[in-house]
Design a protein around this ligand. Sequence first.
Ligand SMILES: Cc1cc2nc3c(=O)[nH]c(=O)nc-3n(C[C@H](O)[C@H](O)[C@H](O)COP(=O)(O)O)c2cc1C
Length: 343
Amino acid sequence: MSLTANLYPLLKPWLFRMDAERAHEWTTRMMRFSHSLGLLTVGQEVLPQKPVECLGLRFPNALGLAAGMDKSASAVEAWAALGFGFVEVGTLTPRPQPGNPKPRLFRLPEHDALINRMGFNNPGIHSAVKRLKKRRTQAVVGVNIGKNFDTPNEEAVNDYLLGLRAAYEVADYIAVNISSPNTKGLRDLQAEESIRSLLGALKVEQAKLAKEQGQMKPVLVKIAPDLDGQQIEALARVFNELAVDGVIATNTTISRVAVAGHPLEKEAGGLSGAPVKERSTDVIQAFRMLLKESTPIIGVGGILSGADAAEKMKAGAQLVQVYSGLVFRGPGLVQDVLRTIGA
Ligand SMILES: Cc1cc2nc3c(=O)[nH]c(=O)nc-3n(C[C@H](O)[C@H](O)[C@H](O)COP(=O)(O)O)c2cc1C
């Protein structure tokens, strides 16, 4: 176990007494600082690195940091030092925006779960791109793009096109987020005609950028867990038709069934962590059966152990990501997952 993984169980009770968002900010600052002193890897044994060839990229390993943890691309090198093979930054919108009023992030430790209604607080895509131009890491970096809260859905395509153009040069892949429950109407973009027209425009732009810059960068779509069978079939049809490069399944859920009776149950936002695990795995399995074999899936939702990650891969994911599990298990989770899926 590394020093950081050993320290986390000692720090956790103190962090959990702090407001959740403050604890997140404090941890990110500490991580950056520790990394600058070379402390993040102290005592870390060589972890199994089973590289994965996927999306035309070489991932040092199959474990990634999910979007939302590093919205501003401020600590990419530090995440890589913890052992992540890839880091998805964002969601980034064209203009900076503050997000929803605080408090907007809640812990439900009894369920190993979080509820968040952050609302895409971020410094804007251009600021993140500037940072990423200076990045020094072997890890693959995905840039997750979204629309500003005040851009109507009819004009959303312009925000996504701007995000794609801005991110193209610095990203290894681009993730199109149409599944956050915290931007009003965003998930309506998952409706068949809306998604066909949005992705159609993005695929045309992707081809143009690939020609101009001499490199094809994959464009993936991140979807919600709250889709019924018909919606899943419709989305898979569009993804196959338009040759979408990959699917990220899933975002947070609006369902509260798994946390019914909890005092925070009624807080608005997306629920993540253990309660979304099964649903996310079911959605991965459904897409795996419907998508072209060559279209990879990144599995995310409720991974709290190496066994959970292996389950996502068994369901059809080529790569996996974590967010909430890191809050509840700390950096030891990275080591647990890498030992399990790298074995
Ligand atoms: C506080 C918080 C903020 C998030 N922000 C984003 C975001 O900006 N963009 C996005 O695509 N997903 C976001 N997510 C969703 C995660 O990337 C992930 O899909 C989801 O939490 C399920 O994984 P988990 O159970 O491992 O947390 C966020 C999740 C949390 C908990």
